[in-house]
Design a protein around this ligand. Structure first.
Ligand code: PLP
Length: 375
């Protein structure tokens, strides 16, 4: 039986053709029309006015944070329950992360804790300069509520929408409502460019500066003039070619991931002590990953035992993100908790969710889970 991976790239003949055409046209580096075409297509798709393509989602978020000109003594509020890709750039940009726990309604940064987080920063002698919420597992955060608190404190929101390409919040694509949003096309995300990201915004000046910073901040002059110090963060044309062929398949891939989630929930959701990630009203969760949560007191089975049983059947599952405040790298970071992140880490398991998985694959996963829970 074949291995069932967590979230493999879903590539087809159109992707191959586009890649080879771009190669044959001689566009392999960042130069040429292909990157720009992908930027325009992506901006059009999500309905944001401007976008600049980057070598990764982390790089996109780093550019946005770099432009805030952060200083020692500055803090940036981030969710503790997330992947480090939205948090590392806070440190690289010269500030300290202040971690805030999740809402049980959507698992994202809890707006109800934000005022207390600003107060905590003050008692620690830190100045909050921005909020970087994440759209976890494919569900947009409550950007309206988070944006309102940010505005009341006079700080911008930089949105880590890396996991939420294709998600909707109140009828708009994830990424709206912030100063800028970073997206990821890493190999495990819903659509992929191999590796890559995008910074998108309605603010044309912000994206123009990010685009310049990503290309070593070269002022157009034959001798390369630099008024500031930039990065080498541009996306390659070969990646952008895949982006152009993958983007039209996004809706179908989201629908497939949602169907996979419904398949899991249909078979396993009725069990006492087993639950699945919520979808908040007014949002379209992409179900980038299908996440199951177990109450160990009731099931008597830990997520780790279940993960090992799946691994023995050549099926890849992963724990929910280990909260940032539990990471050795952030042992000294301030954190504001309500217990949700630690509960989800203790009970959650991410199940195989790739859009190329078949119904038979999902049944095979469910068979192992049922057998383990019934053992
Ligand atoms: C994938 C991801 C990123 C960015 O990842 P890259 O691999 O740098 O493209 C950032 N934040 C979160 C929450 C992610 O899942």
């Amino acid at each position: 039986m074949r291995r069932i991976p967590l979230s493999a790239p879903d590539l087809g003949p159109d992707d191959r053709a586009r890649l080879i055409q771009t190669f044959d046209d001689g566009w392999v580096s960042s130069a040429g029309p292909v990157v720009e075409a992908f930027e325009q297509a992506f901006a059009d798709h999500v309905g944001l006015a401007h976008a600049t393509a980057t070598s990764s989602g982390t790089a996109a978020l780093h550019l946005a944070l770099h432009m805030l000109d952060l200083k020692p003594g500055d803090a940036v509020i981030a969710p503790t329950l997330t992947f480090i890709g939205g948090v590392a750039p806070i440190v690289h940009a010269g500030a300290r992360p202040l971690f805030v726990d999740s809402s049980p309604d959507d698992w994202n940064l809890d707006p109800a804790l934000l005022d207390a987080a600003f107060a905590k920063a003050r008692t620690e002698g830190l100045t909050v300069r921005a909020i970087v919420p994440a759209d976890l597992y494919g569900q947009g955060c409550d950007i309206g509520a988070i944006g309102a608190v940010a505005a009341s404190h006079g700080v911008p929101v930089i949105l880590d929408s890396a996991e939420a390409v294709g998600a909707m919040v109140g009828g708009r694509h994830a990424g709206h409502g912030a100063s800028a949003a970073g997206f990821s096309f890493n190999g495990n995300k819903i659509i992929t460019t191999g590796g890559g990201g995008m910074l998108a915004s309605d603010d044309g000046a912000l994206i123009a500066r990010a685009r310049s910073l990503a290309a070593a901040a070269r002022i157009p002059a034959v001798h390369y003039e630099h008024a500031e110090v930039g990065f080498n963060y541009r996306m390659l044309s070969l990646s952008a070619a895949l982006g152009l062929s993958q983007l039209p398949t996004l809706e179908a891939k989201v629908n497939r991931r949602r169907a996979i989630f419904d398949h899991y929930r249909g078979r396993l959701g009725g069990r006492y002590g087993v639950d699945f990630a919520p979808e908040a009203p007014g949002r379209r969760h992409t179900r980038w990953l299908s996440v199951m949560v177990m109450d160990r007191e009731i099931t008597g089975v830990s997520p780790e035992r279940l993960r090992l049983a799946l691994a023995a059947a050549d099926i890849e599952a992963r724990p929910v993100w280990k909260p940032m405040h539990l990471q050795p790298a952030f042992r000294d970071a301030p954190v504001l908790q309500n217990g949700v992140a630690e509960t989800l880490f203790a009970g959650g398991l991410c199940l195989p969710s790739g859009s190329s998985l078949t119904g038979a694959d999902i049944d095979r996963v469910c068979d192992v889970i049922e057998a383990t829970l019934d053992a």
